[in-house]
Design a protein around this ligand. Structure first.
Ligand SMILES: Nc1ncnc2c1ncn2[C@@H]1O[C@H](COP(=O)(O)OP(=O)(O)O)[C@@H](O)[C@H]1O
Ligand SMILES: [Mg+2]
Length: 262
C-alpha cells in the first residue's frame, strides 16, 4: 500500500528543548494508527505536525508526495479530548459552521439553496453519529459522549481523508467509551478514513488500531532533561493475535490489555 503521509527525519525543538527527534515513518492510507506514550512525549506535537499546525524544526512532512501545507486543509479533520465544539451554537449549527467556512470563508454564512444543502448534509452527518434527535440542542445540555459525537460529526462533514483524534474518549465513562469505539470503527470503515488517534489507554490502542506507535525518549541526560527528544520506540503492525510487549505495557499502560486479549 502506498504511503499517504510520510515523515522524514523530523525534529521538533522549542529553543534548546528537543521534543521530537529522528522521527521517520510512513502511514498507509486506510490504516488506524494508535499513538501511545508517557505524558509530554510529544504525541500532540506529532498530531499537530500532521495537521500542518506545527512546522518541524528539521525534516519533512509529506502528504501524498507533496510537502504539507501550513494551513489545515479539508483533507484533515480533528477531534480533541474536549472543547472542540462551539458552546454558543446548536448541534446542527456547529456542524453547518464547518461547511459554511469551507464555502464562504469570509462570512461563514450561506443562503438559499446552498444553505439548505449544507443543512441537509449536516443533519445526515449527525444522524450517522446518532444525534438525529438532538439537532437543536446546545453542547452544555449534552453528555460528554454526545459532545464527542458532535465533534466527530463536525470533523467528518467535510469528508477529510485523515481524521486526527487527540485522546478523544479520555474523559468518558467506560460504557460510553465502548459505544464510541463501535462508532469510530464503523465510521473508519464506511468513510475509508485514515485515522491517527492518541490515547492514554493502551487497551484501547490495541483494540482499535491496525498499528500502534509508541513515543518515548531513548536517551536521558539527568543533568539536562530537554537535551534529548522522544522518538518512535515501538512500531507494531497488528493482526488480531498481536499482544503488546510487556515492557511497553509497563512503560505506558494503566490497564494491561494482555489479560483482556489473552
Ligand atoms: N509551543 C510550545 N513551546 C514550548 N514547549 C512546548 C510547546 N508545545 C509543546 N511543548 C512541550 O513539548 C513537550 C511535548 O508536548 P506534547 O506534544 O503536548 O506531549 P504529549 O501530547 O505527549 O503529552 C512537552 O514537554 C511540552 O511542554
Ligand atoms: Mg497530548
Amino acid at each position: 500500500m502506498s504511503a499517504l503521509i510520510e515523515l522524514r527525519n523530523i525534529w521538533v525543538e522549542y529553543g534548546d528543548k528537543i521534543v521530537l527527534e529522528r522521527v521517520s515513518l510512513q502511514l498507509a492510507e486506510g490504516s488506524f494508527v494508535a499513538v501511545v506514550g508517557p505524558s509530554g512525549a510529544g504525541k500532540s506535537t506529532f498530531l499537530r505536525l500532521i495537521l500542518g499546525q506545527e512546522p518541524p524544526t528539521r525534516g519533512q512532512v509529506l502528504l501524498g508526495d507533496m510537502p504539507m501545507r501550513a494551513e489545515c486543509g479539508p483533507d484533515r479533520g480533528v477531534v480533541f479530548q474536549r472543547y472542540s465544539v462551539f458552546p454558543h451554537l446548536t448541534t446542527l449549527r456547529n456542524v453547518m459552521f464547518g461547511i459554511e467556512c469551507g464555502q464562504a470563508p469570509f462570512t461563514a454564512r450561506l443562503f438559499g439553496a446552498q444553505r439548505r444543502a449544507a443543512r441537509d448534509k449536516a443533519a445526515e452527518m449527525l444522524a450517522a453519529v446518532g444525534l438525529e434527535h438532538s439537532l437543536d440542542v446546545y453542547p452544555a445540555q449534552m453528555s460528554g459522549g454526545m459532545q464527542q459525537r458532535l465533534a466527530i460529526a463536525q470533523a467528518l462533514v467535510k469528508h477529510p481523508r485523515i481524521l486526527l483524534l487527540d485522546e478523544p474518549f479520555g474523559a468518558l465513562d467506560p460504557g460510553t467509551r465502548l459505544d464510541m469505539h463501535a462508532l469510530i470503527t464503523r465510521l473508519w470503515q464506511e468513510h475509508g478514513l485514515t485515522i491517527l488517534m492518541v490515547t492514554h489507554d493502551i487497551g484501547e490502542a490495541f483494540k482499535l488500531g491496525t498499528r500502534v506507535l509508541a513515543f518515548d525518549k531513548r536517551r536521558h541526560d539527568p543533568h539536562a532533561p530537554h537535551r534529548f527528544g522522544a522518538t518512535v520506540t515501538y512500531d507494531l503492525s497488528l493482526d488480531r493475535k498481536t499482544l503488546p510487549p510487556p515492557a511497553l505495557v509497563e512503560a505506558v499502560g494503566d490497564t494491561d490489555p494482555r489479560k483482556e486479549i489473552a
